[in-house]
Ligand binder design. Structure first.
Ligand SMILES: [Zn+2]
Length: 401
């Protein structure tokens, strides 16, 4: 195997989460026990410092029919709205004609906010069923994978290109980045939102490691990739989304934009904290092992006391966590989920049944919160349960919240 970014062969194993099923395929009853397992390992490139999976589940398997809906959580939709309003105010307030392209546009939640601000919008979404939902709600969406070829086929340029989370997914990394350069107007802004590996490690949010996430960037490493394709970052800030994300602002490199002070500060922090050193990754791997011991001891003790435990949420990342910890039907009776697309399904690997939240008969003694990134929203929505004694346990507890 060679590095996905720089082609170097100097890769070394950093984090091994064992063999796991593809986390985003919740199982129909007749699929239980038949799900294939794949290695889930993060390797580190000693040349360009990019952390990445050494095994790729084919994108056609992973992204053609996924069930994650971005519109479903209020805080995520509000975050998307904030982004759109901020971009418009900062760059395009006075433009009569403006356009936005969203790569990995999901159900169109991000583009809806741009449309409301007067943008001509286009979404690219690889999942057929979700692209359909977007089109039906009035957000024009192409059902395909974004790469240079598609960018040339679209043949238009955009003031704003948004890619949220997608930079972890890109199997065709170089072609897609080239496609972005091609589709961006001369003075356009590419907004890239990605999980920030430095923060993920500090927050012990290891469940963000799953097969869709092929790459785990720090600023240093994503800037290497962008620069390779004639793009450069001129501003960035940290957001708490998904346990630690960066919102980066990128434009054509030949504009020679000066990096903002806050971007320079973030770059400096990576140097001071040695965030691009292999040793940091090894230390992270050791702390994850300890989390497993601690979590098993907590759920085992609760079961010994006869308590009932339900998982809260059935997020994709929850499967990494459950499968790595070995928390299954012995511990959790069910996963309680809002997303109707997951009705009647079972978690891959552990085979825990999913129950739709509003159909729940009675609450458990303990909610084991897999959707921990919505901690504030969850605690706010469940005040009555908290008062009546239901415990909420957060296996991952980022300090950003
Ligand atoms: Zn490399």
């Amino acid at each position: 195997m060679i590095c996905r970014v720089c082609d170097s062969e100097k890769l070394e194993l950093a984090i091994d989460l064992g063999k796991q099923p593809w986390a985003n395929h919740f199982l129909e009853p007749d699929e239980i026990g038949k799900e294939p397992y794949y290695p889930l390992r993060v390797v580190f490139c000693h040349k360009c410092k990019t952390a990445q999976l050494d095994y790729t589940v084919k994108k056609e398997i992973m992204f053609s029919n996924h069930t994650y809906l971005s519109g479903i959580t209020k805080s995520l939709s509000e975050h998307f709205k904030f982004i759109a309003v901020q971009i418009d105010k900062r760059f395009y307030k006075n433009n009569d004609v403006k356009s936005a392209l969203d790569i990995g546009s999901n159900d169109g939640t991000q583009l809806k906010h741009y449309k409301d601000l007067g943008y001509r919008v286009l979404g690219i979404e690889s999942s057929g069923n979700i692209a359909k939902i977007a089109n039906e709600s009035g957000i024009p969406t192409i059902n395909d994978f974004f790469n240079l070829e598609l960018s040339l086929k679209i043949g238009r340029k955009f003031n704003v290109i948004n890619a949220s989370g997608i930079f972890f997914h890109l199997e065709e990394l170089h072609s897609a980045t080239e496609g972005i350069r091609e589709a961006l107007t001369k003075e356009g802004v590419f907004i890239v939102q990605f999980l920030y590996m430095k923060r993920i490690m500090e927050n012990l949010a290891f469940d963000q490691i799953y097969h869709e996430h092929l790459l785990y960037y720090n600023l240093n490493t994503i800037e290497t990739l962008l620069n390779l394709h004639g793009l450069s970052m001129f501003d960035a800030y940290l957001a708490p989304t998904h346990g630690g994300s960066i919102i980066g602002f990128v434009t054509h490199r030949d504009r020679n934009c000066n990096p903002s002070e806050r971007l320079q500060a973030l770059r400096q922090a990576e140097i001071i904290d040695k965030s691009n050193d292999f040793a940091i990754y090894l230390a992270f791997a050791d702390r994850i092992k300890q989390m497993k011991v601690d979590n098993l001891s907590y759920v085992d003790a609760a079961k010994r006391q006869g308590k009932s435990i339900f998982g809260m949420g059935a997020p994709v990342k929850g499967n990494t966590l459950l499968n790595y910890f070995g928390i299954g039907t012995n511990h959790l009776d069910c996963l309680v989920e809002k997303n109707e697309l997951r009705r009647g399904l079972y978690s891959p690997g552990q085979h825990i049944p999913i129950i739709i939240e509003r159909e729940l008969q009675a609450p458990p003694d303990i909610y084991y919160v897999l959707a921990w990134n919505f901690k504030n929203e969850i605690l706010a929505n469940n005040q009555d349960l908290l008062e009546s004694g239901t415990e909420f346990y957060f296996p991952v507890n980022p300090k950003d919240f």
